[in-house]
Design a protein around this ligand. Structure first.
Ligand code: GDP
Ligand code: MG
Length: 163
């Protein structure tokens, strides 16, 4: 069985952009692994010889009570439950939002390995981009640019060590 990595975070933080980068050259029709729900978006990523499944999610909007956002939040929570590792993406240009805090609290309760990933940091230094996000209480943030590729290799090396 391949380890499962879930991409979680508010809408528009860059989850799908990272998903596409991680799975670019791989076949996305792979959700045959026992225990996984078929209605989520899975792809295969690889670090050296090691393959993992990566799960894209629609976006966790913690206050949504019904409608499309509530459905997306439910999907995200299920993806967290079936994952071995969560990459929690936040937006380095926007800074920390109240919803990021709610998601962080939820992830601390979920008892999963979590890496906090500050996206959209192209053109920023690591320390500048990371500084704001220590307050989420999830340790040292990794900084990446999903669209430019900066930091993604290092992020996935760290992810691999946690799997
Ligand atoms: P999702 O809703 O979390 O899946 O976010 P998307 O992957 O759809 O990205 C939302 C928006 O952020 C899009 O306009 C992306 O082009 C943009 N975006 C994603 N990654 C980056 C990045 O690393 N830097 C910048 N500047 N924009 C990004
Ligand atoms: Mg998306």
């Amino acid at each position: 069985m391949k380890p499962v990595i879930a991409l979680v975070g508010r809408p528009n933080v860059g989850k799908s952009t990272l998903f596409n980068r991680l799975t670019r050259t791989r076949d996305a029709l792979v959700a045959n692994q026992p225990g996984l729900t078929r209605d989520r978006h899975y792809g295969v990523g690889r670090i050296g010889p090691r393959e993992y499944l990566v799960v894209d999610t629609g976006g966790l909007e913690p206050v949504a009570k019904d409608g499309i956002y509530a459905e997306m939040a439910k999907q995200s929570r299920q993806a967290i439950v079936e994952s071995d590792l969560v990459l929690f993406l936040v937006d380095g240009r926007q800074g920390v939002t109240p919803h990021d805090h709610v998601i962080a609290a939820e992830l601390r309760k979920a008892k999963r390995e979590v890496i906090l990933v500050v996206n959209k940091t192209e053109g920023y230094t690591h320390s500048m981009a990371a500084a704001d996000f220590f307050e989420l209480g999830l340790g040292e943030p990794e900084t990446i640019s999903a669209s430019h590729g900066d930091g993604v290799r290092q992020l996935m090396d760290i992810a691999c060590e946690k799997l």
